[in-house]
Design a binder for this molecule. Structure first.
Ligand code: IPD
Ligand code: CA
Ligand code: CA
Length: 285
């Protein structure tokens, strides 16, 4: 990596951090208030706060880094021409945990990642209700409120606590249900608390030993995947192969349980004969 690239990544972190904090403050202010809720699907919702938080983040990123690509869950995009010429791209989830937020359940986060040719290089996840800021720059380790964090030293599934999530598409839950049963029977528990970004950060901080979910989008996992990696965790696809930010699935865990988690997934898939949910990636815009 050139010095210029290193400087650019170091400059991106404080910008992403302060925008995540600002957007988080907005969400914290609005959580108890009346919200406008629109449906993207039967149970997939979006609130006025998701849209306002994304607008705030995107305005700040565009001002500071006008030449970067940008993709936000609530529709922010750079033009095709801009996208073609930029090696760096922002990937933004202004509110990860919208369902929680809309119900007043205080567990959600802002997630901002910077990727370089598809590889996350800067990641920030901010939980405004606990004032917890998780961050990482590739090669620089991971932190929680400025203090270094590390994944757990778990080596057996039966002593592990995992987390997962389920697809918004209710017709596509066969595989996740089978995996939930399998992991539930072989671990201390499998949590489902509605924020993939925080699930990943909790793996990074050693609060969870592993997390798996599909299908997910790049904005759910871009920052968290880097934070886990930088905290010493393993981040792969379900089959243990290389992680693809736009590949729609993630298995992130302590190194000591990775082999066992891959084996449970493979065995469950083999036994149930379930075909995985949608494999259509959203693509790099
Ligand atoms: C969702 C959360 C949830 C996960 C879903 C995601 P959203 O993001 O991360 O935990 O299970 O797959 O889509 O919609 O709240 O931004
Ligand atoms: Ca999300
Ligand atoms: Ca979201």
């Amino acid at each position: 990596m050139t010095d210029a690239e290193q400087e650019l990544r170091a400059a991106a972190l404080p910008v992403a951090t302060s925008l995540a904090r600002e957007a988080g403050a907005l969400l914290r202010q609005r959580i108890g208030t009346r919200r406008q809720v629109a449906h993207k699907g039967t149970i997939d919702i979006v609130t006025d706060a998701d849209v306002a938080a994304e607008a705030l983040i995107v305005a700040g990123l565009r001002e500071a880094f006008p030449n970067f690509r940008l993709i936000g869950e609530e529709g922010s995009r750079t033009t095709a021409a801009e996208a073609a010429s930029a090696a760096y791209g922002w990937v933004i989830d202004p509110l990860d945990g919208t369902t929680n937020f809309a119900h007043g359940y205080p567990h959600f986060a802002v997630s901002i990642a910077l990727e370089h040719r598809g590889d996350p290089v800067v990641g920030v996840v901010y939980d405004p209700m606990r004032d917890e800021l998780f961050a990482a720059v590739a090669g620089g380790g991971a932190t929680l409120n400025g203090e270094p964090i590390a994944v757990s030293s778990a080596t057996s599934l039966i002593a592990s606590l995992l987390a997962t999530g389920f697809p918004y598409d209710l017709t596509q839950r066969e595989e996740s249900t089978a995996l939930r049963i399998a992991f539930n029977n072989q671990t201390q528990g499998v949590r489902r608390d509605g924020s993939a970004a925080l699930n990943l950060c909790y793996v990074a901080a050693g609060r969870l030993d592993g997390f798996y979910e599909r299908p997910l989008n790049a904005w759910d996992i871009g920052a968290g995947a880097l934070i886990v990696r930088e905290a010493g965790g393993v981040v792969t696809a379900y089959d243990g192969g290389p992680f693809d930010l736009y590949g729609r699935e993630i298995l992130a865990c302590a190194p000591g349980v990775h082999g066992a988690m891959v084996a449970v997934i493979a065995e469950t898939r083999r036994a149930s004969g379930v075909v995985a949910e949608s494999t259509v990636p959203p693509g790099i815009v």
